[in-house]
Design a protein around this ligand. Structure first.
Ligand SMILES: Nc1nc2c(ncn2[C@@H]2O[C@H](COP(=O)(O)OP(=O)(O)OP(=O)(O)O)[C@@H](O)[C@H]2O)c(=O)[nH]1
Ligand SMILES: [Mg+2]
Ligand SMILES: [Zn+2]
Length: 308
């Protein structure tokens, strides 16, 4: 029988059985545990799995993980070879950011966008806590303008005042959506605003640095209706690119990908090559210098000699 993993804690998995329309629990077969060693999690939330037939009084065993349509994967830090799959089989990704309390860098968002492009996950940038912007309007404006003219929807919302929440709701319907971002940006609060019945635990911010307190501790795929699920995840500090070639990174910046066919060299990395159309675009204003800066930073961190 087949099921969908909705939650994983240690070796215990919660599974939704779509045909029976109920939840059950399962453990992982030993051979799959061994195969999963290079991932911190061999089975991810969203995975379609084949389960052993039920034995009275015992949990099922996950015997097989079906091929994933896509997944969001990261390395914890640049040095770390261990990878972490945030979730799989996604129809949408919300990158939740806040400009203030806590601050999200554009580089962090761009890394997730690049990975979402690489794994064909439609991404949406959700900028929460818009109620705080009157304190620092120029910082909010700067953050938003970084993502202007890119093929990603960008929504300004406030879980506190309700601004933009109805627009967000329109993006949910009949999809499985992954919600990710730093701790404290308001992921769980936003999900509660959309579906109050879920009543997810939310936390405050630390007094000193106004950072999140890692309130959500495991990823969970939450039921809205049979076709609509939302995955709340624990806050992540860093988003390291996984297994990407230098030449690929530019391809996952839509504006660089569009421009590079005019570069003189087909293997151009757009750093200092003659006849580079991306460098020309920087001069003429067609390429946003801040996006380009983040591109260079990703390229650099992809090289071992640059690693800390
Ligand atoms: N001012 C303001 N505060 C908000 C808003 N949304 C959430 N918060 C507050 O931000 C804090 C963190 O919210 P959470 O929803 O727990 O954040 P999270 O992203 O789920 O954090 P982790 O579970 O740690 O990853 C809480 O004190 C919320 O009340 C908002 O729109 N405006
Ligand atoms: Mg949370
Ligand atoms: Zn070039």
């Amino acid at each position: 029988m087949d099921g969908i993993v909705t939650r994983s804690t240690g070796n215990h998995y919660s599974i939704w059985l779509p045909y029976a329309k109920r939840m059950t629990t399962a453990q992982l077969a030993g051979k799959l545990r061994m195969q999963g060693l290079k991932h911190t999690n061999p089975v991810a939330v969203g995975d379609r799995v084949r389960l052993s037939e039920p034995i009275p009084g015992q949990p099922h065993t996950i015997e097989e993980i079906h091929d994933r349509k896509n997944y969001l994967i990261r390395t914890s830090t640049q040095l770390d070879k261990q990878t972490h799959i945030l979730a799989s089989n996604l129809d949408g990704l919300w990158i939740v950011a806040s400009v203030l309390k806590p601050r999200t860098s554009t580089g962090f968002v761009d890394r997730i966008l690049v990975t979402a492009e690489a794994y064909s996950i439609p991404a949406c940038i959700v900028v929460n806590k818009s109620d705080l912007w009157p304190e620092h309007p120029e910082e909010a404006q700067q953050f938003l303008s970084h993502f202007r003219d890119l093929p990603y929807p960008i929504l300004s919302v406030s879980a506190e005042t309700g601004e933009g929440i109805d627009d967000l709701r329109d993006w949910l319907d009949s999809k499985t959506t992954l919600v990710c971002g730093h701790s404290g940006v308001g992921k769980s609060t936003l999900i509660n605003a959309l579906v109050p019945a879920l009543d997810l635990k939310t936390g405050g911010l630390s007094d000193k640095h106004q950072k999140g307190k890692h309130t959500t501790t495991f990823a969970e795929m939450l039921f809205i209706n049979e076709k609509t699920w939302i995955i709340d995840t624990p806050g992540i500090k860093e988003f390291g690119l996984f297994d990407m070639q230098d030449e690929q990174i530019g391809d996952f910046f839509p504006e660089i990908f569009r421009t590079k066919r005019k570069c003189r060299f087909s293997n151009c990395l757009h750093t200092n090559e003659p006849g580079c159309a991306v460098l020309e675009g920087l001069e003429s204003g067609g390429i946003n210098p801040d996006r380009y800066k983040n591109y260079l930073q990703m390229l650099e961190s992809n090289h071992p000699e640059y690693r800390r």
